[in-house]
Every structure is written in C-alpha cells, then in structure tokens.
Write a protein that binds this ligand. Sequence first.
Ligand code: DAT
Ligand code: MG
Length: 134
Amino acid sequence: MAHENTFIMIKPDGVARGLVGEVISRLEAKGLKVEKIRTLTIDEDLARRHYAEHVERSFFPDLLQFITSGPVVAMQWSGESAVSVSRTLMGATDPKTAAPGTIRGDLGLEVTHNIVHGSDSAESAERELGIFFG
Ligand code: DAT
Ligand code: MG
C-alpha cells in the first residue's frame, strides 16, 4: 500500500445538480485528503487531451459534448492507495450497474452522465494531474 495522488473531477452533471459537496464529503469521510481544487469549463482541446484514449470510440462525440457543457471541479486527492480507493467509491462506469453505496450507484442513472471522473492508474493520475495542475 502506497501513499498516492490521484486526479478526481466532478463532471458538469454533478456540478449542475449540486453534488459537489456530496462527492467531496464521501471522499473525505473515507480518509482521503483534498490537495488541490479548481473550477473550470473544459474546451475541446483539453477534452481531447484528457480523454486521448477514447477519441476514436463511438461514444466520444457524446462524451465531448457533455464534458464541455458546463463547469467542472478538478481536484488532486491523496492517501493510501488513493487511485483504487477512489475508483471503488465511485463505482462502475455505468451508473445503472454501479453498486449501491457508490457515488455512481447512488446518484446516477445514465453512462454519459456519471457524475465523476477518477484516474484508473498511478500513471494516468500523473498524466491527468499534469494536464489540469501542471
Ligand atoms: P471511467 O470513467 O469509469 O474510467 P472510461 O474511462 O472507460 O470509464 O470512459 C470514460 C467516460 O466515457 C465514462 O466515464 C463515460 C463515457 N463512456 C464510457 N463508456 C461508454 C459507453 N459505452 N457509452 C457511452 N459513454 C461511455
Ligand atoms: Mg477512465
């Protein structure tokens, strides 16, 4: 178990629905620490860099439209195994199948509008933190 940093972002649906406090509360209650936080609206260039692994996917146009549709809250969080622990708190990608008790499982219903992003590895975390806080 290693102390890690990870990148977590509350997506436009989460901000618009007033779920910023709810998401932060769940991460804090688990014992993770917020290190950096900023609000911004993602433009197309930033979306293509952040989601570089998905630009050729069939759902990318919908994802691009959504992620640029309003302000997001971008954050650096730290803690023991912060990458995997925060992914567990978030739940599966599709809120329809995400387990109850997870952020997506409790608060979402549709895969594009799944409230929160979290880095999927330490390498992704370093890359994404560089994009948003570098
Ligand atoms: P995650 O956000 O759980 O890491 P991902 O990296 O595979 O999931 O996908 C990035 C985002 O793209 C995801 O949060 C929602 C959207 N997405 C993924 N798969 C999708 C699909 N099959 N249809 C529509 N949107 C999808
Ligand atoms: Mg991902």
